[in-house]
Design a protein around this ligand. Structure first.
Ligand SMILES: Nc1ncnc2c1ncn2[C@@H]1O[C@H](COP(=O)(O)OP(=O)(O)OP(=O)(O)O)[C@@H](O)[C@H]1O
Length: 466
């Protein structure tokens, strides 16, 4: 794992938990992994510490003393929206799970959490870029005059075709399935469809299927009535109620376990659901837009995804092209991110021709998210007015198209051939595991440290695949 934050200090984690044993053990284990940890025992201390220090992640229980409970979550999300937050709780409470998902927490884990799983969640949350809240707007934006949707940067053929479809689909109420590699903009497109349709005045609710534990899926989505199970102290509305007359965006749909797929089917098919413990069904009017980077048809063929649910959700199926197939859009996007992310006092105003060529040639396995990361990182290092090839991360500098196409093995040394094979393998591995080191290392039969070392040697960034 890359344990260094952007300004080259160890990633700092705030652990807020009232159980001393859990708090201290977790901190100790995370310190062994190279993290810097600060521990507090209640929510008010957490809020206090947050005011005075910068953190890369908040790891919190929600059942702590201090009467704040969800306040930490709320204040954390509003004032410190750039810090990802993971909720780890020993008492799975449906209201807090619902509120957590609504407020966009990175993960919701139930104690006891296996340390490996916790590390995976931390890795995913820390490395996933959070939208910068204060973005420089000094320089002019690229021209988007022909663009009907200013949020979507792109003028390549695939993007013009996509905008045509979005235009038509937005006006309808049809369910939509968005597929495409990670980082191709599925969430961006889902939001544009919602914002440009008849439901735009109502909620667009992101529901990350990987953030809801399987055992809580029904309660989180459909709600429950008082007394329906131990701990259900009052009636609680589920997430689907929040998107009545609006849009439910089910992200990472391909990860939904079979039991949850069955429960979702009725809600999608009949637009009704029954809260846990209730006898009356609730009628809703919800549009479903779903996204996955899996090949969902292949998942159906393999019996891992329900065919009936697939047909209900994929009424319109939109496949997003990877960035490498969008021609010069990569240059428009690079310029867009440069303008948005450059600090006011940065000397950088553009890119050299060689850099633009390099952007055109590179295969961008992490797509637009990777491009954004590259620009963000490069901006902090570049010293001249133009970003030069030498300022770029080495995976771009050294990228050779041939190594991904028709590499002529006989022309290179054995070491170079092995190196190239290693790089191809690591890229494919990270792509498959969405950049999560722990699971990638498991598949490769390597320790996390071993995999990290290899990635470092090849200058490959796991975060570009998340
Ligand atoms: N066409 C676009 N124009 C401008 N920015 C874009 C575009 N597409 C994507 N982005 C930006 O790229 C990043 C990744 O986009 P997004 O999260 O929508 O991808 P995704 O396909 O949903 O990824 P994942 O599958 O990993 O969830 C975001 O910062 C988003 O704002």
């Amino acid at each position: 794992m890359n344990k260094l934050s952007d300004n080259a200090r160890p990633h700092r984690i705030l652990i807020a938990d009232d159980e001393p044993l859990y708090r201290n053990t977790t901190a100790e284990l995370l310190r062994d992994e190279g993290f810097d940890c600060v521990c507090v025992e209640d929510a008010s201390d957490a809020v206090e510490v947050l005011r005075g220090h910068s953190f890369d992640l908040i790891l919190t229980d929600l059942n702590m003393p201090g009467n704040l409970k969800l306040e930490l979550l709320k204040e954390g999300r509003t004032k410190y929206s750039h810090i990802p937050m993971i909720v780890v709780t020993g008492v799975p409470s449906i209201p807090s799970a619902i509120e957590s998902v609504r407020l966009g927490i990175a993960d919701y884990l139930l104690k006891p959490v296996k340390f490996d799983e916790l590390l995976t969640a931390i890795e995913r949350a820390i490395e996933r870029p959070v939208a910068a809240s204060t973005e420089a707007t000094t320089a002019a934006k690229p021209s988007q005059s022909q663009n009907r949707f200013p949020e979507i940067i792109g003028q390549s053929d695939p993007m013009l075709r996509l905008m045509d479809i979005v235009d038509r689909v937005a006006a309808s109420n049809t369910n939509v399935l968005l597929t495409g590699e990670s980082g191709t903009g599925k969430e961006v497109i889902a939001k544009v469809i919602h914002d440009n349709g008849p439901r735009s005045n109502n909620a667009f609710q992101v529901i990350d299927c990987t953030a809801i534990p399987e055992s809580l899926f029904e309660s989180v989505l459909f709600g429950h009535v008082k007394g329906s199970f131990t701990g259900a102290a009052s009636d609680q509305q589920g997430l689907l109620r929040y998107c009545d007359h609006g849009t439910a965006f089910l992200d990472e749909l391909g990860e939904l376990p079979a039991t949850s797929q069955a429960k979702l089917l009725r809600a999608v098919q009949e637009q009704t659901f029954t809260p846990l413990g209730d006898s009356k069904a609730v009628k809703v009017d919800t549009r479903f837009i779903c996204a996955t980077n899996r090949d969902l048809q292949a998942e159906v063929d393999a019996g891992r995804f329900r065919q009936d649910l697939f047909y209900r959700l994929a009424v319109i199926h939109i496949e997003l092209a990877p960035l490498r197939e969008r021609g010069d859009d990569v240059l428009l996007l690079a310029n867009h991110f440069l303008q948005r992310l450059r600090p006011k006092d940065s000397p950088v105003i553009g890119f050299s021709e060689e850099t633009l060529d390099c952007f055109r040639r590179y295969h961008w396995p992490g797509n637009i998210r990777e491009l954004r990361n590259v620009i963000e990182r490069t901006l902090t290092l570049a010293r001249g007015a133009e970003i030069e090839v030498g300022d770029l991360p080495s995976q771009l500098r050294n990228y050779d198209r041939r190594s991904h196409a028709e590499l002529d093995i006989s022309e290179i040394s054995r070491d170079e051939a092995l190196d190239s094979a290693d790089r191809t393998y690591l890229t494919a591995l990270l792509k498959k595991h969405g950049g999560v080191i722990a699971s990638a290392a498991r598949q490769a039969g390597l320790s996390r440290q071993g995999l990290n070392k290899l990635l470092k040697r090849h200058d490959i960034n796991a975060s570009d695949f998340r």
